[in-house]
Design a protein. Structure first.
Length: 497
């Protein structure tokens, strides 16, 4: 019944999109031949992303651990990494939890700093410490070094050092490998510090739909994506592509190469581990610029190389995944166009605000209803809330995505820096300077129109409304950057120092 209702909502969403498109392109309103196409891109980018997402979730297939046939009995090697400066207490807790997993396994700590404290900790816990100084390729390089020289198990569990696995993590995942075509299995990446700050809450909210309906739908198609952590790989699959991809977006590229070689993957919507999500704006933006650059490099350079090896579904999926960070460019257009139109007293298209709202409303209602219904497929009850924090954080990150686009186009080197595991409580005005400028200029454009226009027609009110909406969306993240006290929650911080 859930699937039937969801598919009816998707159908209504597609029909409402067509109704709005008919109004936008074929109504009798006058259109500027230069500005109308640009405004169309800005308006319809979000609609395109919704349609692509709805088309995907048509195939939603929640999964559970398969029946245990006991043909998978091999030992598992667990690989996690360490870099200088990461808090020792974090490793004490995570390595203890890793060693407590029920399935027979051997654990390797791939240490980029050869830290003496970590050596002692590993000796005490029975973990194999690996000196990875001067090993190139960042995290993936260390993983490949261990795979070549020390690890020999049939299955490899890669986990980030801030994540704490549950005892039954491996027991829940390994039965999927009864199917010899499964190359890797991904589980949920959940977080235990979301109550510590606005940014942590917002960053976690951005993952709820992905680890719910999105990956469940990709599971239905046999192509869930690896997420860099909490993923168990079949060694034979990794060997078939020469090991883990050494890249800024190593998880996405590894998935692409495995699927291109004919391997399938599976997703288990189970919170098998919990880790840390960025708590301050600086940490979040560093993470996003790395991911955006990596995804654009994949889109421009790696995707064309693998295109012929992909089947039709994989081609569509990886194109959509690679274009995700174009959201930043679409947001930039939505910021700039109302400002320009109000100051220049020009219009891309002339129709009233009322007509625009009337024709957009069915699509907006279908979007909200579909989102609300999709929350039934989220992996935890705490996730079933309206994600207003994540929406504002994504919009406020527009310039970070644009930086990633430029770096990807120019093939500019971006250092692979692990996401910081501690928090910065200082004010960060420079991080939101582009947003401050956008807010200020938008308000100036609104004031200019209100106080200088001889007559305010429907088109003018439409542009004023867009500019005002942009301001409202940018304000929350700007406030927490300028006044840090509004970022931090009332909970005792669980960060590691």
């Amino acid at each position: 019944m859930n699937k039937l209702v969801l598919r009816l909502l998707i159908a209504a969403g597609f029909l409402s999109s067509l109704w709005f498109a008919d109004f936008w392109f074929f109504s009798e309103a006058r259109r500027d031949t230069f500005w109308f196409p640009i405004l169309t891109v800005a308006i319809f980018w979000g609609i395109y992303r919704s349609l692509a997402n709805w088309a995907l979730i048509y195939f939603i297939t929640p999964s559970s651990t398969p029946s245990w046939l006991e043909s998978v009995k091999s030992r598992v090697d667990v690989l996690t990494t360490a870099m200088p400066g990461e808090p020792f207490a974090m490793f004490e807790e995570s390595l203890t939890k890793i060693q407590a997993m029920e399935w027979p396994h051997r654990t390797f700590l791939l240490d980029g700093g050869n830290d003496s404290q970590l050596m002692e900790l590993c000796a005490r816990l029975g973990v194999t410490h690996v000196d990875c100084r001067n090993i190139p390729g960042a995290k993936a390089g260390k993983v490949n070094y261990c795979l070549r020289t020390l690890s020999d198990a049939e299955f490899v569990f890669i986990i980030d050092p801030d994540h704490r696995p549950r005892p039954d993590m491996l027991s829940r995942v390994l039965p999927f490998f009864e199917d010899s075509k499964i190359g890797f299995v991904q589980v949920v990446q959940a977080y235990y510090n979301t109550g510590n700050s606005f940014v942590a809450n917002a960053a976690a909210e951005q993952t709820f739909s992905f680890y719910g309906p999105t990956l469940m739908s990709l599971h239905g198609l046999g192509i869930p994506t690896a997420i860099g952590a909490n993923c168990v790989f079949r060694r034979e699959a990794l060997n078939s592509i020469g090991g883990h991809a050494e890249h800024l977006a190593e998880d996405a590229l590894t998935s692409m190469r495995l699927h291109a070689e004919g391997w399938r993957s599976a997703y288990l919507p189970y919170r098998g581990t919990e880790g840390l999500v960025p708590e301050d704006l600086g940490s979040f933006f560093k993470q996003q610029v790395k991911w955006a650059t990596g995804m654009f490099e994949i889109l421009f350079r790696e995707y064309p190389k693998l295109f012929r090896k992909f089947n039709g579904v994989e081609r569509i999926h990886y194109f959509n995944a690679g274009t995700f960070y174009f959201n930043g460019l679409a947001t930039l257009l939505m910021l700039l166009l109302p400002i320009y139109f109000l100051f220049a007293q020009k219009y891309a298209v002339e129709f009233s605000l009322q007509d625009f709202i009337l024709h957009l409303a069915p699509y907006a209602i279908c979007t909200l209803l579909t989102y609300r219904f999709m929350s039934r497929f989220y992996t935890h009850p705490s996730e079933k809330r309206f994600p207003w924090r994540s929406l504002t954080l994504e919009k406020a990150s527009w310039y970070v995505s644009c930086m990633g686009l430029l770096s990807g186009l120019l093939h500019r080197r971006v250092e692979y820096i692990p996401t910081p595991k501690s928090s910065d409580h200082r004010a960060m005005p420079m991080l939101v300077l582009p947003n401050l400028i956008a807010i200020g200029v938008s308000l100036m454009a609104i004031a200019y129109a209100l106080f200088t226009y001889y007559r305010l027609d429907g088109g003018t009110w439409w542009m004023i409304s867009l500019a005002l909406l942009n301001v409202l969306v940018m304000v929350p993240v700007t406030v927490i950057a300028l006044f840090p006290k509004y970022n931090w929650g009332s909970h005792d911080s669980q960060e590691y120092r």
